[in-house]
Design a protein around this ligand. Structure first.
Ligand SMILES: Cc1cc2nc3c(=O)[nH]c(=O)nc-3n(C[C@H](O)[C@H](O)[C@H](O)COP(=O)(O)OP(=O)(O)OC[C@H]3O[C@@H](n4cnc5c(N)ncnc54)[C@H](O)[C@@H]3O)c2cc1C
Length: 436
């Protein structure tokens, strides 16, 4: 397929480098730009968690792998996210059975419940210095319907043996320090990572296994010829038998319909300076990461140096405005009134790839070309897991033996107008959140 993609995101109008994660991440090696003609077994387009996890599994099993990124490992959502390692999915066990059917549902459920462990195992196996903390993850109930969701979630996960615990207000206050929520659910097996360090560490791990990683190498076309797939950038090309497209919400039009199968929604975060000793004991004192059940979710955590970080979704842009920042500062002070007066010097945003059915999509786009995208807000664990599944697919696993279904590509109708739709949806969700 040969299409001329538009110029990739303008670096001057982006907030990757102003993020807390960029300021505190491990230093990345300088990867070369692809020049000249190369050959490989598998070319991976995109070096976020999905592409890098695939690269690690493939290179670890002897494949000759080339990884190409338009910018650098972790430049997309993987270097900007909340770093919350969430051992759950959009759907609870009963919902999973409904969406995937009883038999496949069991397989998907088993896979979902392992997503956090896959991250923690990878970090330990390659000794990735990404401030891994396994202090659990809490989802708190917003409003009456949130309480019903949390109670039902607890029943469903507990009956499957998941390490979850229902928290009433007092317990919630003791573990998290906020008295805002009536109820919460603790997933003991959740935790946090420094997201950009995790991505950079994965790239280092893939390279240590023999994968060739290239930065500033935006793929412009993917074409089939008699000897394989030719993946071309401005200055070079790679001829390979297999291609993995792992470009998620940062995708450029390199494959017809792929970009139109997800809606890129901005999520933004702000971070404080390291909190003084007294506030450290009051803000997230035991469990260090949380989110709530709002439609426009509030998610928050502390980092290694006790900075408070909070994020939400909204009609934001790649460069957050002062008004966006103030709305998050207000949210922080609503959760933790003792934070009033705290400075938040870091602000940044990133694109979450949303699917209309709110589940990730795994595609075989052509013989030997695979893609996974749309992990919505669960990509730290789920993207890492999807990379493993893509690797298995490249190594020849039959699609029926994969722990996730391969689906057809369905471009969203009227995708060109998604900004208007997203704006209307966000206004509507904000209103629903206010009145619940
Ligand atoms: C602000 C924010 C907060 C989030 N918080 C959480 C959280 O706390 N927990 C959680 O589980 N999930 C969270 N998510 C979701 C999670 O970050 C993503 O699901 C995950 O990082 C997706 O990883 P990926 O590898 O699929 O894609 P990405 O990390 O987006 O990587 C795509 C890569 O493709 C590259 N690329 C694009 N086009 C080309 C091309 N033509 N040629 C070469 N390279 C190309 C890009 O440069 C980019 O590096 C959050 C997302 C955001 C944006």
């Amino acid at each position: 397929m040969s299409i001329n993609p538009p110029v990739f995101e303008n670096p001057a109008r982006d907030s990757f480098e102003t993020s807390l994660w960029h300021q505190t991440a491990i230093v990345a090696p300088r990867y070369p730009t692809l020049r000249g003609a190369h050959k490989a077994g598998v070319v991976i387009v995109g070096s976020g968690y999905t592409g890098l996890s695939a690269a690690i599994d493939l290179a670890g099993q002897g494949s000759d792998v080339v990884v190409l990124d338009a910018r650098e490992p972790g430049f997309g959502a993987s270097g900007r996210n909340g770093g919350q390692v969430i051992p759950a999915f959009k759907y609870d066990p009963d919902g999973i059975a409904k969406v995937y059917g009883d038999e496949l549902g069991e397989t998907v459920l088993d896979m979902v419940s392992k997503t956090a462990d896959v991250v923690f195992d990878l970090v330990r196996r390659f000794d990735i210095a990404c401030d891994l903390r396994q202090t659990g993850w809490i989802q708190a109930a917003h409003g009456e319907s949130g309480c019903d969701t949390i109670r039902s979630r607890q029943r469903q996960w507990q009956s499957r043996g998941a390490p979850v615990e229902l928290l009433e207000t007092d317990a919630l206050k003791r573990l998290a320090g906020t008295g805002l929520y009536p109820l919460g659910l603790l997933f003991r097996n959740g935790g946090t990572v420094q997201p950009l360090s995790y991505a950079r560490g994965m790239a280092i791990a893939a390279a240590s296994l023999g994968a060739r990683v290239f930065s500033d190498s935006q793929v412009r076309s993917i074409k089939r010829d008699a000897s394989g797939w030719k993946v071309a950038t401005k200055d070079g090309s790679v001829l390979a038998n297999k291609v993995v497209i792992a470009t998620n919400g940062y995708n450029t039009p390199i494959w017809p319909g792929l970009r139109q199968s997800v809606v890129p929604l901005y999520s933004m975060q702000i971070a404080s300076k390291p909190l003084p000793e007294e506030l450290r004991r009051q803000v997230l004192p035991v469990v260090e990461s949380m989110a709530d059940t709002r439609r426009l979710v509030w998610y928050f955590r502390k980092d290694r140096d006790h900075r408070f970080i909070i994020g939400s979704r909204g009609p934001f842009k790649a460069l957050p405005s002062e008004r966006d920042v103030q709305s998050l500062v207000e949210a922080a002070c609503t959760l933790f009134p003792m934070l009033r007066g705290t400075q938040f010097p870091y602000r940044w945003a990133g694109r979450v790839a949303m699917t209309t059915d709110q589940i990730p999509h795994l595609h075989q786009l052509a013989p030997g070309v695979f893609s996974a995208l749309g992990c919505n807000g669960r990509g730290v664990g789920m993207g890492t897991m999807m990379g493993k599944i893509l690797a298995a697919a490249c190594l020849g696993a039959d699609s029926r033996s994969l722990p996730y279904p391969v689906s057809d590509l369905h471009p969203i109708p009227f995708h060109a107008f998604h900004r208007v739709g997203v704006h209307a949806m966000i206004t509507y969700y904000r209103m629903l959140d206010q009145f619940s």
